[in-house]
Design a protein. Structure first.
Length: 854
């Protein structure tokens, strides 16, 4: 027994090095994700999630919200309840703020921990040491994990996996409680973790078969786990939440009316997922829309592939079950001689009460030794039972296959559309848990090939034959090991390359153009547009619409692109198409109204904006964005009325916005606008009240400082107080040209022209392409007789508007004052060419003694 313990201890040390090596490989492969940013769903789940980013929101609020920060009772809630995962994001934000480095580092460490647990699990399940190593390195390097690890949103799958744990051989209360507790924690990270308890039940059953003896604790263990499963499911289903409605683009097959099409396609999707595990060559951030064509015909070749897959899986399961039953069926007939020998041996041992190694295996051989055990082949001696059990701590191959298939299939069932439709076709991150089973199966098969032993005694094999068999085994082992090296190398290279795709959104979307062109091109166009690469963005967005013309988001993004380029007619057309395909898209109404105002079609704009304020956001995914857009439409409508001089209408609209504010919407903007309207109505007390309210709601609100300062400046006795607000605005936004411009206006109003001139020049320096600011600076310098400086800014004005006659006249005037008459004449004549007969220009030419036609 001492030898056995020593061997076990040595094996454990060796396996610890294997575990360390696998974890190190996992860490090294994902090091290149540390410089990645927030991509795709990360923006909404983290940057746009009030549970993560809003410091004023209490921590316990995340218990009432879904994964995206929407209240569970809201009609637009996604229904995913993962408070512990959201809590981890919040902790990341508290420690590292908006820097993505910390988020990615935590994901890598979680993947390393998950890899270590897979190695630990493989030790208990796989009968071969090499199988454990292969399973560990394959899990560490498999490219299918890149979305879960490189994408921060995939942390839900990582944490759920980390909480998985088997109970080893012990069924003590502490182990059972630990298993149930870990599963409960995992479910609060992702719902699919409930399958861990089901796997524990299957593990218990198979472990009972493998011990060759009945375990009185087995039924108790299974019963407790069963009760835990039912209880946890009941508690999870009792959490309030709406029936989530997914769009056709998310899961097109679910919306198909033909039953056979749904059956064929949904039957094929698990096969497609398994294919990605086997051959992860083509990966994509999104497999929606028509990335996987639906199967509409019985004669589609994919139906045959599905049939072969399920037939092979069923055959493997049935064969393993039959093998397991045959191995453990008590059909051994023990001769009377053996019985007497056992009885005699029993009385000869000191205080030995029972033999846990009583043979229960089926065999055609008679046991011709009185002193050996059929199960473990050890001698029947004192405390032999512990030796016998120690030789069977690992599952046999049949049991290992069944438990691996359980790991492979059970976590995938919730995403299979079998019990309910889900909001995606294929998602690589949901394969993080099932990949454990796949890695165990590969480790089992390849480990068996490497550890294959030649059996010669039992069949009387000749020495020459044994040498040949041994040589064949060596070749097979070497070939298998070379295959493993090639496999792991290929997986590692693919993983590192795929990590680069997840570095930023542009590379991520470009990598998916061949898989899902409409979604990838649409998202790529939005990213390029935000970077100011308008030509590339337009090409991408139009390309997306060629593949799928009914995408409202793409039409909307194209409208924003045209709006930024001041192509308002094209923008109006795009926004109208977006509204046609999605009538509830409030942002499209807002921007359509803005473009119509720019075109001078104010009556249409008012009608569109009013329609946008009436939209009901019930059932929308991002209810917060919808409500914000609706309030913005009210503010835009109020601003339109204010610009038209319809101040009472503007006041009514702003008050409507104030009374319908959604939760967490900042009110200071509305207070500021109300204060401006009351100023124009000369209701000074009301104006001051709302300006103060704006500053109380947001002490750093720049517009409120300027407006309040402007209002105070009307009263000469409060000019010093007004100046303080202008100076505060400058401290808050020293690089904002409009702030310096308003301060200059104030200084000019109190006859501090030198200081006003400096502020105007500063404003022009900050915005050298703003014609109004440049002209104001030049005029202020001219008024102070600083002609050389004034000339510089007048020339800048001419460069900005070469076809503006007034710009050339102003330049001619300053040149005239400087005595440079020839240059002044050229400028005046240029102005007359642009605006013939202008009296100011003609008068200036006359002062130079030059006629219009000379």
């Amino acid at each position: 027994m001492d030898t056995t313990r020593k061997s076990a201890h040595q094996n454990m040390l060796r396996m610890d090095y294997v575990n360390l090596g696998c974890c190190a490989l996992a860490f090294i492969l994902y090091l290149n994700t540390l410089n990645a940013g927030f991509v795709y769903d990360d923006r909404r789940a983290i940057l746009g999630n009030p549970d993560v980013m809003d410091a004023s929101q209490p921590w316990y609020q995340l218990l009432y919200n879904d994964f995206w920060g929407t209240p569970l009772v809201d009609s637009g809630s996604h229904g995913s309840y993962r408070p512990l995962c959201v809590l981890s994001y919040k902790l990341n934000h508290i420690i590292g703020g908006f820097k993505p480095f910390g988020y990615h580092l935590v994901n890598i460490l979680l993947h390393c921990l998950a890899t270590g647990l897979v190695v630990k699990l493989a030790r208990h399940i796989l009968p071969y040491g090499f199988g454990t190593l292969i399973s560990g390195v394959l899990f560490a390097s498999h490219p299918i994990h890149t979305e879960a690890v490189a994408g921060i949103v995939g942390r839900a799958d990582l944490i759920a996996h980390v909480q998985w744990r088997e109970k080893c051989d012990s069924r003590h209360w502490l182990a059972l409680c630990g298993a149930v507790l870990c599963a409960s924690i995992a479910i609060l990270c992702k719902e699919t973790a409930i399958s861990s308890l089901v796997v524990c039940v299957i593990y218990d059953i198979l472990k009972g078969f493998n011990t060759f003896s009945k375990d009185k604790y087995q039924l108790r263990s299974i019963g407790i786990l069963g009760i835990a499963i039912v209880t946890i499911l009941h508690l999870r289903l009792s959490i309030p939440g709406p029936v989530t409605q997914f769009s056709t683009a998310d899961n097109p097959t679910a919306k198909v009316n033909t039953l056979l099409t749904r059956f064929y396609t949904f039957s094929y999707l698990p096969v497609f997922n398994f294919k990605m595990l086997v051959y992860p060559h083509t990966l994509s951030f999104d497999w929606g829309m028509d990335a996987i064509p639906r199967i509409t015909s019985f004669y589609d070749i994919r139906n045959l592939i599905s049939l072969m897959f399920y037939a092979g899986l069923c055959r493997l399961i049935i064969k393993s079950i039959v093998t397991l039953r045959n191995t453990t069926t008590p059909k051994l007939i023990i001769s009377k001689r053996i019985g007497r020998s056992i009885h005699k041996r029993k009385h000869q041992t000191n205080n030995s009460k029972s033999f846990d190694c009583v043979p229960t295996v089926q065999s055609n051989q008679l046991w011709d030794s009185e002193n050996s055990c059929l199960v473990c082949k050890h001698g029947l001696k004192y405390r032999h039972a512990s030796v016998c059990r120690s030789s069977h701590t690992k599952l046999n191959s049949a049991s290992a296959i069944l438990i691996s298939i359980s790991f492979l299939t059970l976590p995938f069932i919730p995403a299979s559309n079998l019990f309910f439709y889900v909001g995606f076709v294929v998602a690589e991150r949901i394969l993080y848990l099932p990949s454990v089973g796949y890695c165990l199966l590969i480790g089992l098969g390849l480990g068996k090939l490497i550890n294959f032993k030649v059996q010669g005694r039992s069949n009387g094999m000749k020495s020459k034959q044994k040498v040949q068999k041994s040589s064949l085994h060596s070749v097979r082992s070497i070939t298998t090991m070379l295959f493993v090296i090639i496999l792991i190398s290929a997986c590692s290279l693919k993983t590192m390359r795929r990590n680069q795709d997840w570095k930023d959104e542009e590379s991520l979307y470009r990598s998916a153009i061949k898989v899902n062109p409409p979604k990838a091109l649409g998202n790529l166009g939005s990213v390029l547009s935000s970077q100011g690469r308008f030509e590339e963005a337009e090409e991408a967005l139009l390309g997306a619409l060629k593949h799928r013309s009914n995408m409202a988001d793409v039409h909307y993004n194209l409208g924003i692109l045209y709006q930024n380029q001041q192509k308002y007619e094209d923008a109006v057309s795009s926004f109208q198409k977006a509204i046609h395909f999605r009538p509830m898209l409030a942002l499209a109404y807002l921007n359509l109204g803005t473009s119509l105002i720019a075109l001078g079609r104010c009556h249409e704009a008012a009608s569109v904006l009013r329609d946008g304020t009436k939209l009901d956001g019930t059932g929308l995914r991002d209810r917060t964005a919808h409500e914000y857009a609706r309030i913005s439409s009210l503010l835009q409508l109020g601003g339109l009325y204010a610009d038209q001089g319809k101040l009472q209408r503007a006041l009514a609209v702003y008050r409507e916005a104030l009374h319908t504010l959604p939760q967490n919407y900042p009110p200071q903007g509305i207070y500021h606008r109300l204060g401006d309207v009351f100023m124009r109505l000369k209701k000074w007390s009301e104006a001051e009240r709302f300006h103060r309210a704006a500053l109380e709601a947001e002490p750093n609100h720049i517009g409120a400082h300027i407006s309040y300062g402007t209002m105070l400046a009307r009263n000469s006795s409060r000019s010093s107080e007004a100046e303080q607000y202008f100076k505060r605005a400058i401290r808050l936004a020293p690089l904002d040209s409009s702030v310096h411009h308003h301060y200059a206006e104030f200084l000019a109003s109190i006859s501090r022209h030198e200081e006003a001139c400096e502020s105007r020049v500063r404003a022009a320096e900050l915005s050298p392409n703003d014609y109004q600011l440049v002209t104001a600076a030049a005029t202020a310098l001219r008024m102070l007789d600083r002609k050389n400086e004034a000339e510089k800014w007048y020339r800048q004005a001419v460069n900005l508007r070469p076809n503006d006659a007034r710009a050339h006249t102003n330049l001619g005037a300053i040149l005239h004052l400087m005595g440079r008459t020839q240059q002044a004449t050229v400028s005046y004549k240029t102005a007359l060419n642009l605006q013939p007969g202008d009296p100011t220009t003609l008068g200036n030419l006359k002062k130079l003694g030059v006629t219009e036609h000379s």
